[in-house]
Design a binder for this molecule. Structure first.
Ligand SMILES: Cc1cc2nc3c(=O)[nH]c(=O)nc-3n(C[C@H](O)[C@H](O)[C@H](O)COP(=O)(O)OP(=O)(O)OC[C@H]3O[C@@H](n4cnc5c(N)ncnc54)[C@H](O)[C@@H]3O)c2cc1C
Length: 413
């Protein structure tokens, strides 16, 4: 039984959910957006963090003019890292300006049934009947902890997304596992907070991005390729700016692109801050972790099989996110079982981000195996939002779409 009926429910009010809502509400659809705006960025990223994406590639998508990050902060140019709180403020400003009636609640369950096709139960106790559901729950549900560390109590092992305040580790020995920006920045922020971090990286050499030039000579542009939301280069431009084409690449090629585009590397502005306060061990593969009275011993091996035992009080796994439908507890098991998936567990999606179950859409990281690496970043939000909105509007009988709203700038299919 349902308490209310709507055209669309959007689960999650991060960059992808908010962008999709902005496009849908613009044509007068009845859209319920469930989630606290920018909650993951505010609660699950460390204080003191800076964005790695450039200002021009850090915008949410909206049909209205003037809603880009660089509209709100016109002085922020290439090479000017955005502090986390500035981006959260931008996202919340966007939410207030472009999206009406966001509900600060959680979607508890999505199941098939009811008069409209889906029944969505919200943490307030309300059940909403909806024709369409957009799952925009972001990266959080997909946090990945390696098997060697999985199952340990949370006071000994946590994922990097569990922390916004690293000061609680002041004075403690903490191992950070990983070699990407999240691992490197967590290690630096731990040191800033007075902890003693030990970075354990599988890569033999840490990689760092180079300082981007604000202006580039014509020759550099011709040789190096255009700048895009994911970096510089002809192919990178394609992955960043034409995700609709990426979907048509052979599956193996696309998965390789998702893996290899923007491999683990630190931002140029972080490099000097990774100093002698941080012990760094590279070329280390996790072997096992053993709990003891005062903490945890993490054993790693190098390529020659030499063991290193790190005795620490806590381990932070900055080991990324793996999209897998099975981890979306908000989807009822019966519904999850009906969603066709790829190897690895991500949903198979249509060119409009729709799953095999009609009326159910996935935005954000869950769409990366289909549309490529840009779906891992804010830069993909506008494309995803347009596509999803276009399809929902097309299929909603009473929605009248002003031709100017979506069509002219629809990226090619
Ligand atoms: C440490 C870190 C740094 C990053 N830096 C960058 C960067 O510099 N640039 C960049 O482009 N990308 C960056 N990313 C990736 C970034 O997280 C994604 O690009 C972006 O958040 C995707 O937006 P989203 O809306 O899909 O997800 P999110 O921002 O995660 O938003 C999803 C929202 O849904 C909410 N939610 C979850 N479950 C429910 C539910 N059941 N009901 C209601 N709401 C729910 C969550 O609380 C969350 O607020 C970073 C990621 C991490 C972890």
């Amino acid at each position: 039984m349902s308490d209310s009926v709507t055209d669309v429910v959007i689960a999650g009010a991060g960059p992808y959910g908010l962008s999709t809502a902005a496009y849908l509400q613009n044509v007068g659809l009845n859209v319920r957006v469930i989630g606290e705006p920018m909650r993951f960025w505010d609660a699950n990223m460390p204080e003191g963090m800076y964005l790695k994406s450039e200002p021009f590639a850090s915008s949410l998508g909206a049909p209205q003019e003037g809603m880009r990050f660089t509209d709100r902060h016109p002085d922020w140019r290439v090479g000017h890292p955005i502090p986390l709180e500035t981006f959260v403020e931008y996202g919340r400003w966007f939410a207030a300006e472009a999206v009406a009636g966001i509900e600060d609640a959680q979607v508890v369950t999505v199941e098939r049934g009811g008069p409209a096709g889906y029944l969505v139960t919200v943490s307030t106790g309300e059940t909403i009947a909806s024709r369409t559901v957009v799952v925009a729950v972001g990266v959080g549900p997909f946090a990945h902890i390696p098997d060697e560390l999985a199952g340990m109590p949370s006071w000994l092992v946590s994922h990097s997304s569990a922390h916004s305040d690293l000061s609680l580790f002041a004075g403690k020995e903490v191992a950070v596992v990983g070699a990407g920006q999240s691992a490197l920045e967590t290690a630096v922020l731990l040191a800033d907070a007075g902890a003693h971090p030990h970075l354990l990286a599988r890569r033999r050499v840490l990689d760092w991005n180079t300082v981007p030039a604000e202006t580039r000579p014509l020759r550099a542009k011709a040789l190096g390729g255009p700048r895009s939301g994911l970096g510089t280069g002809y192919r990178t431009w394609l992955w960043a700016e034409r995700p609709g084409l990426v979907r048509y690449l052979p599956d193996r090629t696309r998965q390789r692109i998702v893996r290899e585009t923007l491999p683990p590397a630190g931002a140029w502005w972080l490099r000097d801050r990774l100093d002698e306060r941080i012990r760094v061990s590279t070329g280390r593969h996790l072997a096992k972790a053993v709990e003891h009275d005062d903490g945890i011993d993490v054993t790693t091996t190098d390529r020659a099989g030499r063991r290193l035992v790190s005795e620490v009080e806590h381990v932070i796994a900055a080991t990324g996110y793996v999209p897998d439908v099975e981890r979306l507890a908000l989807l009822a098991p019966e519904l999850r079982g009906r969603i066709a998936i790829r190897a690895g567990g991500a949903p198979l999606l249509s060119r409009d981000f729709e799953a095999s179950t009609s009326g159910l859409y996935f935005a954000g990281l869950a769409a990366a195996p289909t549309f490529g690496p840009v779906m891992r970043f804010v830069h993909g939000a506008d494309f995803a939002a347009r596509r999803i909105a276009h399809d929902i509007i097309r299929r909603t009988p009473r929605a009248r779409v002003p031709a100017s709203v979506l069509e002219p700038e629809m990226p090619e299919r």
